[in-house]
Write a protein that binds this ligand. Structure first.
Ligand SMILES: Nc1ncnc2c1ncn2[C@@H]1O[C@H](COP(=O)(O)OP(=O)(O)OP(=O)(O)O)[C@@H](O)[C@H]1O
Ligand SMILES: Nc1ncnc2c1ncn2[C@@H]1O[C@H](COP(=O)(O)OP(=O)(O)OP(=O)(O)O)[C@@H](O)[C@H]1O
Ligand SMILES: [Mg+2]
Ligand SMILES: [Mg+2]
Lengths: 247, 247
């Protein structure tokens, strides 16, 4: 099972949009996909238009078995919801004397055989829960909007990753995905060039700014359902193909 | 001293942009202003083009006196930097048996007489640090981008605030500030209308989408310095005037 965290400490760069549309796209291609929402905001469920009685917090605390907490979101796509309860999980992790960073990994181990992909939507920021999500996965996909503060956030984030990789050698930043790409805006191209020089081979084809992507969550639909053939649907379809080819 | 947190759990809505340009605008009007960066990203210092040897984490841990950690950012504007060290502070707060929520408030109390305003830039998400920032202030200004997920985030956030207000009665959501307002985009107006019906009197005049606001941080300048007369500078000037009138 490939486990990929969609992560960047900077807020509002398109993490949840990417996690949901990548996971849904992989499921449409016949893969068995688990999407884990590791964010106290719990927006993945809303974007998919589904709800569940349980969440990752209860599974990690051992109160609910992992399979009992899964919600069938689409054919081949299962969601483990996030939400407010994860704030309590952070306190539980922070109070552990050792091994706190492996709490999520150990709680989700029973699911390993059931899926081809696990896509983890992470919260903005850097805390015990972010670290837990990174210990659970082997690959990181970092969406980054083409703005100065987001680029700076990515540079800071890669430094944080490096110190974590000493304890989790297989973790690597596999994909850097430019988002909100708008050819009309001069700085988009400038920042994009900076990304190419910093991250070359990891850099994916950009996701263009597309208002359909910000409308779809209001209907609980993926971009493929809400606006098939839109730039947003095409760009995420392209990402899905690239991730599958890299098996 | 008026203490205002710039806060919303949703990422990328313009919290840091608002904190820096509101604080700088108030200082330009002759007020004595403290800007506190309570975000592990520590982007307020970068936006102001300054750096300091110490941060809020050291002050809250009692390692450094508050006045020793302040950085003179502009005439009348002082910054208490944030940054990576705040991740450690969250663990310290989470391990306290009682009173953890007042850690920042108690650490910064010596500064109360020295300033007219304290503006706190908070991190996205909801955790011990966000709660600490809210216990330190009496007013909240919530920037909200005109998108479905951000509006949803604001509704969730006001519910979280309500449960906190039982323990901190004077705390209130005083301002809701629409950001990234773009008249060309149909949904901007639609979401703006929803905000008006939900938040009426608290709703401020929107900050328009203005590319100058995303360029200024690359030069360590406020919007007034980088692009005086731009829509961004005008809109933030208007906010400064409103906040001063509400003394
Ligand atoms: N390519 C795009 N074009 C237009 N709008 C987009 C695009 N990608 C995401 N959005 C919208 O931008 C906002 C931010 O995206 P999203 O919520 O996915 O970011 P995030 O990184 O998950 O945020 P957070 O840090 O709060 O978790 C949302 O309203 C989303 O609908
Ligand atoms: N009105 C605006 N028009 C155009 N760009 C803007 C505007 N306000 C903010 N920006 C840009 O949008 C991005 C997000 O803004 P900012 O970093 O202030 O949000 P934030 O809420 O502090 O994010 P985080 O959740 O990561 O702390 C930044 O690159 C900023 O320069
Ligand atoms: Mg998100
Ligand atoms: Mg910020």
């Amino acid at each position: 099972m490939r486990r990929i965290a969609i992560a960047l400490s900077k807020g509002g760069v398109g993490k949840t949009t990417t996690a949901v549309n990548l996971a849904a796209g992989l499921a449409q291609q016949g893969r068995r996909v688990l999407i884990v929402d590791a964010d106290t905001q719990g927006q993945a469920a809303r974007m998919l238009g589904v709800q569940g009685p349980h969440s990752l917090a209860e599974v990690a605390a051992g109160d609910v078995a992992p399979t009992a907490a899964l919600v069938a979101a689409r054919p081949g796509l299962w969601l483990l919801p996030g939400g407010r309860g994860l704030a309590g999980l952070k306190r539980v992790i922070d109070r552990k004397e050792f091994g706190g960073e492996r709490t999520v990994r150990e709680a989700l181990a029973p699911l390993d055989e059931q899926f081809d992909f696990a896509i983890v939507d992470t919260a903005p920021g850097w805390d015990a829960l972010a670290v837990n999500a990174l210990f659970y996965v082997n690959e990181v996909l970092a969406p980054v909007s083409l703005e100065v503060l987001a680029l700076q956030g990515l540079i800071d984030f890669t430094q944080n990753l490096r110190s974590l990789q000493q304890y989790h050698e297989r973790l690597h930043l596999r994909y850097v995905l430019p988002t909100f790409y708008d050819r009309r805006v001069r700085k988009s191209d400038e920042i994009h060039r900076q990304l190419q020089s910093h991250f070359g081979a990891q850099l994916c084809q950009p996701i263009r700014y597309n208002v359909r992507l910000s409308e779809a969550p209001g209907f609980g639909q993926t971009i493929y359902e809400y606006a098939a053939g839109s730039p947003g649907a095409d760009d995420y379809q392209h990402l899905v193909t690239k991730v599958m080819q890299d098996e």
